[in-house]
Design a protein around this ligand. Structure first.
Ligand SMILES: Cc1ncc(COP(=O)(O)O)c(C=O)c1O
Length: 377
């Protein structure tokens, strides 16, 4: 199998599995228990927290472990809304992940006003436009660092400075960018940052919300008061341990991986554009993650291509994993101004830690052949 859908989920790194294994067997205690069995688990969580905090440049107490990126986004947004008694205004980019946009839909019903900042044809939001939408009653701004479909990076540093100046917290969804680009939380003065383990070779079921020291968090899950009262529930110890190791490895290999992916991305896109001159690459002119290419071609149906490549043992995606299965054009492509027909042709190729040059070469050939076959060329 050639797996090129790492933005949906990346396979577990062997070192991560190895680090997790004791926490499925001999280290079985409840991390809140005071006895040795409990302490053995607490130690695993503490170590993961320390590793994450060090990578982002924050204090350990600023990390709140969650079940993943979705919960981190929900926690950030609903917490802010609750702190303002569900009054006020929330500003989001139009291309946020559904785990942000769906929170907004719910909050709108509860009385919060929502503004969506559009992106340009290159998939980037204009910070000046965002500034123009900030209001005296804005309680939160949410802008992702890298888009899951295009990999396009947003000018987070500039946006963070604008928000900071107005005293409005910024939530940055870094689920796709964490481990791939730098996130200097303190230097950029970010307020809230969402992370997930399974996009970088960690397990599913672990994520984190990083919280600025000046912000307090209203818990979504009330109970035993774990995570300093910000997220109750007995911790998913094996997954949290795996998250720490995966994040550490991704950071250690970041430069090497980035230059490898960058080379493959350029080669893939160039060969495709030579073979298929009408092919477009969403966000190609923007600063993008090195591992992601979103391809569009008139006359093609993305989902049909995904299914036909699947028969050959190749995994790519026709949009975000949450969106696929529905046969509607990618909302991100529509927001970037592609017409619905072209938007429906979009397929996403996303590389990860275990891809090889040989796989990329075989994949490029199969992709070109597959597209030509579907278009009867
Ligand atoms: C940008 C972004 N945010 C949030 C999420 C949700 O993360 P999780 O799968 O850990 O809930 C995803 C997952 O695809 C994502 O791409």
């Amino acid at each position: 199998m050639i797996y090129l859908d790492h933005n949906a989920s990346s396979p577990l790194r062997p070192e991560v599995l190895q680090a997790m294994q004791p926490f499925f067997s001999e280290r079985y205690g409840n991390p809140s228990s005071v006895h040795a069995a409990g302490r053995a688990c607490r130690q695993g969580i503490d170590e993961a927290r320390r590793r994450l905090a060090e990578l982002i440049g924050v204090h350990d107490s600023q990390i709140v472990f969650t079940s993943g990126g979705t919960e981190a986004n929900n926690l950030a947004i609903f917490s802010q809304a609750a702190r303002h008694a569900f009054h006020g205004h929330l500003l989001v980019s139009a291309i946020e992940h559904p785990s942000v946009l769906q929170c907004c839909t719910l909050l709108q019903r509860l009385g919060i006003q929502i503004s969506r900042i559009p992106v340009d044809a290159n998939g980037v939001i204009n910070p000046d436009e965002l500034l123009g939408h900030l209001r005296s009653d804005t309680i939160l701004v949410a802008v992702m660092q890298a888009n899951n479909e295009t990999g396009v990076l947003q000018p987070i540093e500039t946006i963070a400075a604008q928000c900071r100046q107005k005293g409005i917290p910024l939530l940055c969804d870094a689920v796709q960018s964490f481990g791939k680009v730098a996130i200097p939380f303190a230097e950029w003065q970010l307020s809230l940052l969402s992370l997930s383990a399974h996009k970088l070779g960690g397990p599913k079921g672990a994520g984190a919300l990083v919280v600025d020291k000046s912000l307090s968090i209203e818990p979504l899950l009330a109970g035993g008061g774990q995570e300093r009262g910000r997220r109750s529930g007995t911790e998913n110890v094996p997954a949290i341990v795996g998250f720490g190791v995966a994040a550490h490895l991704a950071a250690e290999q970041r430069q090497e991986m980035t230059s490898r992916w960058r080379g493959w991305q350029a080669q893939l896109e160039q060969q495709l554009q030579t073979a298929l001159p009408e092919l477009q690459i969403a966000g190609q002119a923007s600063e993008r993650l090195a591992n992601t290419s979103a391809l569009l071609l008139p006359g093609l149906h993305g989902e049909t291509l995904v299914m036909s490549l699947d028969l050959e043992g190749i995994a790519i995606s026709s949009g975000s994993a949450c969106g696929s299965g529905r046969s509607r054009p990618s909302p991100v492509m529509l927001e970037m101004g592609y017409d619905p027909e072209l938007a429906s042709s979009m397929v996403r190729v996303s590389m990860g830690w275990n891809n090889t040059q040989e796989e990329m070469e075989r994949f490029t050939k199969s992709l070109i052949k597959g597209i030509k076959r579907l278009l009867h060329w």
